[in-house]
Design a protein around this ligand. Structure first.
Ligand code: ATP
Ligand code: MG
Ligand code: MG
Ligand code: MG
Length: 562
């Protein structure tokens, strides 16, 4: 039998006003309804109601991961530097990584994702092809020092992720493990009640080839995806791969070779240019000594590449032309809209996930030469650059594309042998020879999913949870004094006995109006009111989503709910 949760004993303090710093609906409502509390920038405490929702999502994730034969483990979040040094990510992650030292001065990090550590575990535990395939997962706290930890739990610096990893001896095996995860993710997101799309994605710092994202369409999302109304093409704009000729934006100054010292760090460049090195950086693309290189441009956007050239002397900084990208579709992920090129996204495996390299053209077929961001082209927002315009042709069928905003809630990758190569992860094959293992990695933002669900389902009155993940099945309101309270508690016990999770608002001295407002804000899918007609044993059942209400006898109401 389920327990009845009494509001009088629940630690929840609802707020009438939005928190001052909140930009998104989920942020406002989760704080106002007492689900989460901000501890520091991007660091959140989960209060009783929030913890229930978080646990409900975790439960669904666990059930579906177990169903495909993945085994749950729990690896540490505090990790030694060496494996990340070996994979290159200790440096590649840049400012995103939380690094720390122990008392002896040894370097550690707080895990942002765990490919390295899982590879080591499997290397230790699996020695023969008979031990594979294996799929492992954990639900764990992850740490990323995000540049813009905003939108509440949507983008935390500490957050909950389900991450899993598959280990196979063959490419077909990897494809199978990937397909199992893809199907499990579809079930998970459908069960928790999220509206989602599967789109092709750029693989970012993870490396590897096949990669898809699960996106939850929502205005508050930081991703933009293109969607074809005529065929099944859908992709994150980060992954839209066109190599198109550059189009002039504005012609500026003669193009000459620039002499410069070493590739600048953001700090040295900023110091040289006399601007503040901000965590929010744009990157422009140039060739430094023949290598295509992105140089950071501090957020004030008023950097002249002529000055950059002075700073970089004596290296030779050259024009990057369309030819440099020929045969390198991996490098160019950009798009020329009907209005001409504004901005290009350059994706490179050396760039940390979530970083974009942006170039601008100022002459036909050229990039990033004498370009001043802000003067020659506009950048909307860091990571919010839209490179595709609505109506642009679909790369698969040519129909006009649609563009929508979305929240990335899951991401699946066929990593291949990148990490297995780094850690020499081999097992003894059928022929008695060592076989290199091939891997996949798969993530779900468990805490982010709470915010994504709030974004998609909330209305003016407050949160409005899908049944499977709501903090309770029914919210019983005693709208009156002794008689109503008695009935409310009695009905609550009966509902709990029938297996329902019940929240009952029997707070003495709290007006029915306040109780109703709180019930709407908290967002349990069904609201049962013991009010005016309690004396006749009649209650009112209200559907939180539709607002439909009907008067029923207690027995009818219980039958309706169970
Ligand atoms: P984003 O593009 O939003 O920064 P990501 O691509 O860096 O996310 P992954 O490395 O693919 O994230 O991690 C797997 C999942 O973890 C993501 O799909 C997302 O749901 C979740 N996630 C990533 N970063 C955060 C964060 N800062 N706060 C909450 N959830 C996150
Ligand atoms: Mg992403
Ligand atoms: Mg990221
Ligand atoms: Mg991702």
């Amino acid at each position: 039998m389920s327990q009845v949760q009494r509001m009088s004993r629940l630690m929840v303090k609802t707020l009438r006003d939005d928190p001052a710093d909140a930009e998104t609906l989920s942020h406002k409502l989760l704080v106002r309804a007492g689900y989460v509390r901000r501890t520091s920038a991007g660091i959140w405490s989960w209060l009783p109601l929030g913890k229930k929702v978080l646990d409900n999502i975790s439960r669904v994730v666990r059930e579906e991961m177990d169903a495909i034969g993945a085994q749950e483990v729990l690896l540490p979040a505090l990790l030694p530097r060496e494996p990340y040094e070996a994979s290159g990510r200790w440096n590649e992650y840049g400012d995103l990584l939380f690094r720390l030292k122990d008392r002896k001065g040894a370097d550690y990090l707080l895990g942002p994702t765990h490919e390295e550590i899982f590879t080591q575990v499997v290397k230790d535990q699996c020695t023969s092809y008979k031990d594979l395939p294996v799929m492992l997962y954990q639900i764990q706290t992850k740490y990323r020092d995000e540049a813009r930890p905003r939108s509440g739990v949507l983008r935390g610096r500490e957050f909950q992720m389900k991450d899993s990893y598959s280990f196979d001896t063959t490419d077909e095996g990897l494809a199978e493990s990937y397909a199992l995860h893809r199907a499990a993710y579809q079930k998970i997101f459908a069960r928790i009640g999220l509206d989602f799309r599967i789109v092709s994605a750029v693989s970012g710092a993870m490396g590897g080839s096949a990669s898809e994202e699960f996106l939850a369409p929502a205005g508050a999302g930081e991703d933009t995806f293109v969607d074809c109304p005529s065929c099944d093409y859908a992709a994150n704009t980060e992954a839209v791969t066109f190599v198109a000729p550059a189009v002039p934006v504005t012609e500026h100054g003669p193009v000459e070779e620039l002499d410069t010292p070493d590739t600048p760090t953001i700090e040295t460049l900023a110091a040289h240019l006399g601007v503040e090195a901000s965590a929010t950086l744009k990157n422009l693309l140039v060739k430094v000594d023949g290598e295509i290189t992105a140089v950071g441009v501090p957020g004030d956007r008023e950097v002249d590449l002529g000055k950059l050239g002075e700073h970089l002397a004596p290296a030779v900084v050259e024009l990057v032309t369309a030819d440099d990208f020929a045969g390198r579709p991996d490098l160019v992920r950009g798009y020329v809209g009907p209005q001409g090129l504004k901005i290009r996204y350059i994706a490179d495996p050396r760039v940390a996930a979530g970083t974009a390299w942006i170039t601008g053209a100022n002459k036909p077929g050229t990039h990033a030469r004498n370009v001043v961001v802000g003067r020659d082209f506009e950048v909307d927002e860091y990571l919010d650059v839209v490179v595709v315009e609505p109506g642009d042709p679909c790369p698969a069928c040519g129909a006009g594309l649609k563009l929508d905003r979305a929240i990335e809630i899951g991401h699946i990758f066929q990593l291949g042998r990148k990490y297995a190569d780094t850690f020499q992860l081999d097992v003894l094959g059928q022929q008695g020879k060592p076989v290199r293992v091939t891997m996949g990695s798969y993530g779900i933002g468990v805490s982010r999913a709470v915010a994504a669900l709030a974004e998609q389902s909330a209305d003016e009155q407050g949160l409005c949870w899908p049944a499977e993940i709501a903090p309770a099945d029914v919210h019983v309101v005693a709208a009156g004094k002794a008689l109503q309270t008695e009935l409310a508690l009695d009905v609550s016990e009966q509902l709990a006995a029938a297996g329902l999770r019940v929240l009952v608002d029997e707070r003495p001295g709290v007006s029915p109006g306040v109780k109703f407002t709180d019930a709407e804000l908290i967002g349990v899918p069904k609201i049962l009111v013991a009010g005016r007609r309690s004396g006749e044993g009649v209650v009112e059942l209200k559907d939180r989503r539709t607002g439909e209400r009907e008067e029923l006898t207690v027995a009818e109401a219980i039958a309706r709910l169970t």
